[in-house]
Design a protein around this ligand. Sequence first.
Ligand code: ZN
Length: 313
Amino acid sequence: MKKYVFGIDVGGTTIKCGLFSSKGEVLESWEIVTNKADQGNHIISDIAATIQSKCEEKGIQVNEIEGVGVGVPGPVDNNGVVQVAVNLGWGTRDVKSELEALVQVPVAVGNDANVAALGELWLGAAAGSKDAIMFTLGTGVGGGVIVDGKVVAGVHGAGGEIGHLAVVLEDGNQCNCGKKGCLETVASATGIVRETEKYLAANDEASSLRSLEKIEAKDVFDAAKAGDAVGLKMVDQLGRYIGLAAANLAATTDPQKIIIGGGVSKAGAILIDTIVKHYQSFAFSAVRDTEFVLAELGNDAGIVGSAYLAKTV
Ligand code: ZN
């Protein structure tokens, strides 16, 4: 009888691990350090070792495990092959085959932002939906597009790379990916700060933000919430870019819910309300009332979604 599933979320500093019941109850969660030595060659065997020691500790037999899901910070193709994961020191790596050989149970591998979206779909903000789009607004901008319960990974594993949608058509900022004007350059925490600093330098408008030695994304939202004109302008610009991207995506996959997550989403209602305002002005009529929700699982979205991925492949 298959009673257990493991969800593993591999990050550049730590590997988050979760042991779940097949229904999705978290039985235990823990972390191990990501050992990036030797081009990340120890990472897969470290994952196998921590799963095996957890099984020993809990008296779990291999035949009781439904599968192991792994979220990785890089593009992953439909065969579970990671194309590149710079933060781990990896080039191309067949994570599925390598880990399966060690743990002797089925392994499913997905991009970390994509599996976070799956987590929200299974047990979080979009529970009960089969079609959703998630924006993860953090240091960068990630995302996941889910159609009929499955992540759209695409031919190169680049499906759902929402952060690299082109939204600034002229004089866009340089993106880490090499091109200009990506959503990430204006909607990540870094992008929000850069846009605000640029505006303050180019205009004389009074703003409480000018008194700060170092501006952070949260300061921009706080200023907007307090009625500061520049803060409001910057939040409106942000909402416009995300609303535009969301409207174009919604016309492509027609999701039931659009989830906004990541550190920037802590801004809460002001962010959602501003996105929705612009979204509705850009959206095709049939998808104009699509619901926007804040992510609910926080840092656990990765392990939850990885576990779900293992259940659904
Ligand atoms: Zn880019």
